[in-house]
Ligand binder design. Sequence first.
Ligand SMILES: NC(=O)c1ccc[n+]([C@@H]2O[C@H](COP(=O)([O-])OP(=O)(O)OC[C@H]3O[C@@H](n4cnc5c(N)ncnc54)[C@H](O)[C@@H]3O)[C@@H](O)[C@H]2O)c1
Length: 356
Amino acid sequence: MGEVRLGVIGCGGMCKAHLRTIGAKSPNISEPLRPFAEKITIYGLADVNLQKAEGHRQEFGGEYITDDPERIFTDPKIDAVLITTWHDTHARFSLRAMECGKHVLIEKPMAMTERECDDIVALAERSGVKYMVAFRCRFAKGAQAVRQEFPKPDNIIAHARTTGIWREGGWAQDPIKGGGQILSQGCHVVDMMFYLAGAEPESVYATGGVFHHSRPEVIDTINAAVRYKNGSVGAFLGGDGGTGGLMAGHPLNNGCPFFVMVVDKGRSAIAIDHGENCHFESAVPEAVWKKPYEAGNFSIDLGGGRASGVSDILPTFAQCILNGEPVPTTAFDGARTTRFILKCFESARTGKVIRF
Ligand SMILES: NC(=O)c1ccc[n+]([C@@H]2O[C@H](COP(=O)([O-])OP(=O)(O)OC[C@H]3O[C@@H](n4cnc5c(N)ncnc54)[C@H](O)[C@@H]3O)[C@@H](O)[C@H]2O)c1
């Protein structure tokens, strides 16, 4: 097994969460992935804020820092790039990294526009590099348990309404740098919704608008009805402006308002807390369907860090590079999620059913 020499672009909070797994120092990495975490070394770190890059270099290692991402893209010693910048740079940096032959692990959302989605999917296919989107819910233990038990649900209900109102002046609420709460954070749940649906969307009809914020171009509330190509149906409710606290307490352990519920002919399950935990219910006699468990309280059994699966993302990326395996979260997955949210916005603005 070789090694993965990593270039890092965007030395902020989420970058840190990924870099903690390097050298398999984090106790939260799943056992089979630990050898791959040991094979990652940081080579160069870039940030427009050099102090932040230096802080990460001192904490996690690396040969140099730079404020110019181009130095990372063109460094022949670098095999792969972790991109954890603000969203307006994701597509540009993804395309440049792939042009330079680097494997890419990109934080969500992969892209901001349909054109960017098309360009990234096309280049990821053409270039032959590994292009992986860090959709954390797919790595979460509860979501994985629900998917295993419900491979083809007939109804999929997704909820991503956060507690409180997102800060107006923050970068993620900026229409260019972040795209707002639904694109920025709701994308986690939209991806989990498709992961659990196991099907492509056929059409969406959404109502929504701007109810809590000052920028008319950043929709902060969406209520969408979804039809899937395999005949399943579902809903997606996304936005900020409160409601998260209402979910606190039994049966949702820590009140995280991010969940996807699936229903399948008398049986149902819910993946909650970014997919960390899950609950099952059945109206079907035990003779017909044996419950795997009443609930998967993975954050209690394994600890939240391990149950969330976040620490498995970078080691999985290294595994795919070193073993030549396909990545579990592709450019196609990233594009599907961005496209779906943009089509929800289009439907809310026009009042029309939008087809995919
Ligand atoms: N998976 C999760 O649970 C999760 C949680 C938080 C953030 N994120 C994602 O991680 C990414 C980063 O978010 P964050 O919260 O770490 O933000 P952050 O502001 O803490 O870090 C981003 C860093 O990128 C740098 N940067 C911005 N533009 C740059 C450019 N053009 N060139 C070089 N550096 C640049 C900034 O200076 C900053 O240091 C976003 O895509 C965000 O959506 C994911």
